[in-house]
Ligand binder design. Structure first.
Ligand code: GLC
Length: 421
């Protein structure tokens, strides 16, 4: 009897102690596709393991809107959010608001990730965040329709893509007036910067600003690349494409209304879902080259987790970041949501490759993706990106010719640069 009482009270004391130490950590994560749902699930697994709780801060879909909101929170030194999900182009903009994870997490937890992604998260000597998943632009296509119209493989150049898209669109429109040849991210936002950087790089036009900080965008290949993209609008792409972000493009493709789509890897898992009209009919290929002398190019995207300087629960917040960015969680997210791991060894994992065969076949696309010029343009990257996407948008909507838009963009970038980035 005495023993039972003693055991009971020990258990009560332990429970009381652990709940006294349990804290609530607030995590701001994305909401594109399955992001929110999967973020919650991962956070719940950590909460269960540690006895702490996690509140999810729901963020807007567009990366630009998220940045604006986070900048407000951080400028106010708000302790409301402990852990932020950061876009790969943000560390140089937001570094001063984040805890340096170097020395605070085991070195092995840093070394397990791709070196390049760790470098993108390092500003000076500060490790601003740990990588959670990486992204690269891909060409999705309908395997059934390519076969139906006599094509044996995915297009190798943009011109080939456009002619295939046209033929398929003409054929499919006989029975489906909503059908489109090609959908992509043509809205004026960060996503268009990503798509258009792919067009430029595929035509060997450079990446807006080079690594030394030189403005390189005004060159004949940029004009070729943007003119080609403008020719797609209202021919193989709907006029509404200039208002489409990732989810609008996915909606059209997944409902069976597009032959080709440019999107990130997350669209794969949803396209294979039970409610997808194109389940089992999707192929994935590298984005086409800009002509036969061009190259395949994918923009590097991806998201990281960082701990706010203003968090009052930094110890637990760091533990949550370590857990979510670790191999176990990255494996679950790769299988359930086709989020690309940032840990090279996971690309050899059989379960991951079974769920996402293109993680193996397109491995080089993921490891050689092109960075946006956030490194050289530092705190001014957002202004550079907005000027670029605005200029590209004016070409897509037919307001300006590529030649005029690119010349004006160069002048704007010179102004933004001022005496230096
Ligand atoms: C994806 C990428 C991110 C990019 C965004 C643009 O989320 O991972 O890096 O900025 O798309 O819409």
């Amino acid at each position: 009897m005495k023993k039972t009482v003693l055991m009971l009270s020990t258990a009560l004391i332990a429970a009381a102690l652990s709940s006294a130490h349990a804290v609530k950590v607030t995590l701001a994560c994305g909401a594109v596709g399955q992001e929110l749902e999967m973020c919650k699930a991962g956070a719940d697994r950590w909460a269960k393991k540690t006895g702490n709780t996690v509140a999810i801060f729901e963020s807007p879909n567009l990366t630009n809107d998220r940045l604006g909101l986070y900048q407000q929170q951080l400028a106010a030194k708000s302790s409301d959010i402990d852990v932020y999900q950061l876009d790969v182009v943000w560390p140089g903009l937001l570094d001063q608001h984040f805890v340096d994870l170097k020395g605070k997490v085991p070195q092995s937890a840093i070394d397990q990730h791709f070196k390049g992604i760790i470098a993108a998260n390092t500003v000076g000597s500060k490790l601003v965040a740990l990588p959670w998943f990486t992204d690269a632009g891909l060409l999705y296509y309908r395997t059934d329709l390519l076969a139906k119209y006599g094509y044996k493989s995915a297009p190798k150049t943009w011109a080939e893509m456009a002619s295939m898209a046209k033929k398929i669109q003409v054929g499919e429109r006989r029975t489906n007036t909503d059908f489109n040849g090609f959908v992509f991210q043509g809205k004026d936002y960060e996503g268009l910067t990503c798509d258009a950087l792919e067009w430029l790089t595929s035509y060997r036009a450079g990446s807006i600003v080079d690594d030394s900080g030189k403005i390189t965008v005004n060159n004949p290949n940029t004009i070729k690349a943007l003119s080609a993209a403008a020719s797609w609008v209202k021919t193989i792409s709907p006029s509404g494409v200039t208002t489409h972000a990732e989810e609008e493009a996915r909606g059209l493709f997944q409902s069976g209304n597009a032959a080709f789509m440019r999107n990130w890897p997350y669209a794969w898992s949803l396209g294979q879902g039970a409610d997808s009209k194109v389940k089992g009919k999707i192929g994935v290929a590298p984005l086409p080259k800009g002509g036969t002398t061009g190259q395949n190019a994918a923009t590097l995207g991806g998201w990281q987790l960082g701990v706010s300087n203003y968090s009052t629960n930094q110890k637990e917040a760091i533990d949550l970041v370590l857990y979510l960015t670790g191999p176990e969680e990255q494996k679950i997210r790769a299988i359930e949501g086709s989020y690309n791991p940032t840990i090279p060894t996971l690309y050899k994992d059989k379960d991951i490759l079974k769920a996402n065969p293109f993680f193996g076949s397109l491995y080089d696309v993921f490891t050689s993706a092109v960075a946006r010029p956030s490194g050289p343009t530092k705190e001014k990257y957002n202004q550079v990106s907005q000027a670029f996407s605005g200029a590209v948008h004016s070409v897509l909507t037919g307001k300006k010719t590529a030649t005029v838009a690119v010349k004006e963009l160069e002048a704007d970038l010179i102004k933004i640069k001022g005496r230096g980035w």
